[in-house]
Design a protein around this ligand. Sequence first.
Ligand SMILES: NC(=O)c1ccc[n+]([C@@H]2O[C@H](COP(=O)([O-])OP(=O)(O)OC[C@H]3O[C@@H](n4cnc5c(N)ncnc54)[C@H](OP(=O)(O)O)[C@@H]3O)[C@@H](O)[C@H]2O)c1
Length: 324
Amino acid sequence: MVKVLIVGATGFLGNMIAKEAVKKRHEVTALVSSESQSKKKEIVQGLKDVGVRIVTGHLESPIDLLADLLKTHHTVVSAVNGPALLLQLNLVEAAKKAANPTLQFIPSEFSAFGAVGEESAPLLYGAKAQVRKALEANRIRYTYIVAYGLASYWANGLGELGQRNRVPPAPTGQNKVSYYGSGRTKFCINLEQDVVAYTVRALGCGHVINKQLHIRPKLNQLSQHDLIYIWEDKIFRQLCIGNRLARQPISEAELDAQIADAKDDIKRTHLQLQKSFTISGTLTPMGIHDYEATTLYPEDHHYTPIAKYMNDLIHDFKSQLSEE
Ligand SMILES: NC(=O)c1ccc[n+]([C@@H]2O[C@H](COP(=O)([O-])OP(=O)(O)OC[C@H]3O[C@@H](n4cnc5c(N)ncnc54)[C@H](OP(=O)(O)O)[C@@H]3O)[C@@H](O)[C@H]2O)c1
C-alpha cells in the first residue's frame, strides 16, 4: 500500500488516477482548492465516495502546508495542466523542504516530452522541462511517465489533433481526412485507461525511481495511413460500406506556415504537437534510464491495442447512423 497524494484529482487524467489508485488499495489523498470543491461538487463527491481523502489546498498554498503533506506521503502525482504546470515548481520547493528521502515525485507529463526535445512544443514542454530540472537539481526521486498520445485526442481524429472524442468521418468519398507529410511517420497512441493503469502500477515501484516509464507497446505504434486504413477496413467488414475517405495531404512546409501564422499560443502548441507526432515522429530510441511499461509489467496490466479501441468508435458510429 502506497500513501499517495494527487494534485489535479478533479481533472481528466488526475481523477482517473485517483480512482484507479484506490482500486489498487492505495491510500489516496487529493489536494483540491476550496474553489474547485464548490464548483466541482459532483466530481469531489465521486472521489469521496470511493474513499479518497480530500485536503483543501492548491499549488500556491503555503510551502509549509505542501511540505507537511509530502512528509507523510510516499508518492505525489501531479496531473495539473496549463498555467499550473509551472506552479509545480512550488511543489518541488515543498518536496525539498519536506526532506522525505523516500518520496517519489511523478510530475504532470503524460505526453511525448520525454521522447522528443523541448523545442518541438516550447510552451508546453518548456514548463515540463523546468520541473524536471528542478527535481533533478534538488535530487528528488522522480518517475516520468512518457504516455505519448492519448486515444481520445489522437485516435478519434485518425491522427489529426483537434477532433477529441469525435467519431471519425464516414468513408463516403466526400468526407476528407488530412494527413501530414508522407502520412507514414509512426507515432504511439495509448488508451487513457492504460496510461492510468501503468501510472498506478509505478506508484512506489523501485524499478522506476529516477527513470522514465514509456508506454510504447508495439501494436500502438501506427501512422496516419495505418489509422485511416484500420477505420475504413472496420467499417467495410462490419457495415459493408466499401468507400474510402478522401485523403488531403498537408506538407511540412504548409504546416510550418500554419505554425508561423498561429493566432495564439494554444493554437501554435497544438500545431507543433501535430508536427512532432505526424512528421518528425516521437518514437526516438530509448536510453539506459528508460523502461517500457508493457515490458516491465507484462502480467500486471493488459493494455488495449488501438485497433481494438477503434471497435468502440465503430459502435459509436453505428449509434450515430441509427439516430440519423
Ligand atoms: N498526451 C496527450 O495526448 C495528452 C492529452 C491531454 C493531457 N495531457 C497531459 O496530461 C496532464 C493532465 O492534463 P488534463 O487534461 O488531465 O488536465 P485537466 O483536465 O485540465 O485538469 C487539471 C487539474 O489540475 C488542477 N489544477 C489547476 N490549477 C491548479 C493549481 N494551481 N493547484 C492545484 N491544482 C490545480 C485542476 O483543478 P480545478 O480545475 O478543479 O481547479 C484539475 O484538477 C498534462 O500534463 C497534459 O499536458 C496529455
